[in-house]
Design a protein around this ligand. Structure first.
Ligand SMILES: NC(=O)c1ccc[n+]([C@@H]2O[C@H](COP(=O)([O-])OP(=O)(O)OC[C@H]3O[C@@H](n4cnc5c(N)ncnc54)[C@H](O)[C@@H]3O)[C@@H](O)[C@H]2O)c1
Length: 284
């Protein structure tokens, strides 16, 4: 595979902006694409803000911060992906939305371009089917906040080639992150374990077993979790949590993964957590 110099990221939300940040800081030219101008503007200000925090902590210099920002192109036109050797999709956790993007990317990108998806739970093998390059489709699951979290789950679909896996593994390592190899299965490892715990915490809240603060306190003080499950759900986005539970329920065909009605209610009301200012907690 040719040397990686240019990376495109599709979707400039919570994850896409963080992924663009770490690639730019790693010295790559980044093309950050979103259909919403508003998302691109928010991404610019959040990347600036997060790079600023790193400068303050003296983990990077002001010059590195400026150079990183200068390496990111903010684009609404998906056609701008055509000279990227790697494209990472980070749009909504909806299979049909991701399939549409991957199909489009497959027609726009040179044959050697690797198409990675930051999906939290959807089958890589199934997503790959909409392309004509299933050997070059792979899961690259970053964690939030991307500039801080070290782990990246690398998920091999049924047809992902060994060459594609090794390429992505080396890219992840060059970003200073730690890859874990995972076979394709709903929710992979992280969300198969994490989301049922979050969902159960929402059930406990709905059934008035305790307050949100106290449910979180139990997991923080009793299990040494850095953040309680409800605060974490707000941080991830309640819509993302709901979508993942639906993928687990459908993927395993098992109702033990049924999303809690309170989670569904919150999402329907637009209370998505930090990104909308209210979730299980109020951030306004
Ligand atoms: N939030 C998390 O903690 C987290 C962690 C790991 C993985 N993920 C996964 O990352 C992906 C993105 O999640 P997020 O939290 O960043 O979502 P988000 O809602 O913050 O951002 C999604 C972005 O995609 C854009 N978008 C939607 N359709 C598009 C299209 N057709 N073309 C271009 N842009 C489009 C939206 O405008 C939005 O800016 C999901 O698959 C999610 O499951 C999320």
């Amino acid at each position: 595979m040719s040397e990686l110099t240019n990376v495109s990221v599709i979707g400039a939300g919570t994850m896409g902006s963080g992924i663009a940040h770490v690639f730019a800081l790693g010295g790559y030219d980044v093309n950050l694409v979103d259909s919403s101008k508003d998302s691109l503007e928010k991404a610019l200000s959040s990347i600036k803000n997060n790079l600023g925090k790193q400068v303050k902590k003296e983990t990077i210099t002001a010059e590195e911060s400026d150079n990183s920002l200068a390496r990111i192109r903010f684009e609404t036109n998906i056609g701008s992906v055509d000279n990227s050797q790697l494209v990472i999709e980070a749009v909504y956790e909806k299979k049909e939305v991701k399939e549409k993007i991957l199909k489009e990317l497959d027609s726009l990108c040179p044959r050697e371009t690797v198409l990675a998806t930051n999906t939290s739970s959807i089958s890589i093998s199934e997503l790959a089917l909409v392309t004509n390059r299933s050997d070059k489709v792979i899961g690259m699951h970053f964690f939030n906040p991307v500039p801080v979290m070290q782990l990246v789950e690398i998920i091999k679909g049924r047809s992902t080639s060994g060459e594609t896996f090794l390429f992505i593994k080396s890219v992840v390592e060059r970003l200073g992150k730690i890859p874990v190899e995972v076979n394709d299965s709903p929710g992979f490892i992280s969300n198969r374990l994490l989301m049922p715990m979050i969902n159960e915490a929402v059930f406990a809240l709905m059934e008035n077993v305790s307050s949100a603060e106290d449910i979180d306190q139990v997991m923080k003080l009793g299990m040494k979790h850095p953040m309680g499950p409800l605060a974490l759900a707000d941080f991830i986005g309640l819509d993302v949590c709901l979508n993942i539970m639906e993928v687990l329920q459908e993927g395993f065909n098992n109702d033990k993964y049924s999303p809690c009605p309170l989670l569904q209610k919150k999402v329907a009301a637009g209370e998505l957590g930090r990104k909308t200012g209210v979730g299980f907690y109020d951030y306004s």
